[in-house]
Design a protein around this ligand. Structure first.
Ligand SMILES: [Zn+2]
Length: 227
């Protein structure tokens, strides 16, 4: 088995997800350097959002640590759109490579017991073939050595794509569309929610409201990008 794996690795050398260069893993040095320009690397409190953002008024959860990796612009925007909508699921390896090399991001993830992706509806899953957040979560959990909570939350309503809606409608659109289905898995744990893009916070807030029902020890949020 080991031999087969090694042979396959040899035949299918990993290539850079952005430029295709062989021999430097899923993200080459040059492209990795380019992406650094878009790093945010700031931890913010939801409390700040409470003051800035009407969308979070329903949440009295002021102890959430947030971590956004990139600003959602230019190259990052292009890559995420390709990743989600153009069938380029393989880009998750490139994103994970970058996240794991960032010590702050690594340590942030490591400080939690379990990482949970924002789910997509089964109809969308069928159409797209993958949940972009789930692919990243599985890889991060494996590499950082924390648990992954794939079937903790489900999306029960196939609502409109958030990106097609403006601010106010986004909150309405996400109301009660997520459901906690595996409470035992997160009881009394430090849990980290993963989403790809953070815009108004409406999606994350809805998920967090559900997760809170299990009374976890702590809830954190990490997103690939902040719009
Ligand atoms: Zn490259």
């Amino acid at each position: 088995m080991y031999f087969i794996e090694k042979a396959l690795e040899y035949i299918f050398l990993p290539s850079c997800g952005i430029c295709g260069k062989l021999g430097e893993g899923y993200l080459c040095k040059k492209c990795g350097k380019d992406l650094e320009k878009y790093l945010i690397n700031t931890k913010e409190k939801v409390l700040i959002d409470l003051m800035e953002n009407d969308f979070n008024k329903d949440i009295s959860y002021s102890i959430i640590n947030k971590f956004h990796i990139f600003r959602y612009e230019e190259v990052i925007r292009k890559l995420i759109i390709q990743y989600k909508f153009n069938d380029k699921s393989y880009l998750y390896k490139m994103f994970c490579e970058f996240i794991l090399k960032d010590k702050k991001a690594f340590d942030f993830i490591k400080s939690y017991d379990i990482i949970i992706p924002v789910p997509i509806h089964k109809k969308r899953m069928k159409k797209r073939g993958y949940n972009q957040s789930e692919l990243i979560v599985k890889e991060l959990a494996k590499r950082v050595k924390i648990e992954s909570g794939i079937k903790v939350l489900v999306k029960t309503i196939n609502n409109k794509q958030q990106s097609t809606l403006s601010g106010k409608l986004r909150k309405e659109n996400t109301k009660n569309v997520y459901k906690l289905i595996n409470q035992e898995k997160i009881n009394n744990k430090k849990i980290l929610l993963f989403d790809d893009i953070y815009t108004t916070g409406a999606t994350a807030n809805e998920c967090i409201l559900e997760l809170k029902k299990a009374e976890p020890k702590e809830i954190g949020l990490i997103t690939l990008a902040k719009d």
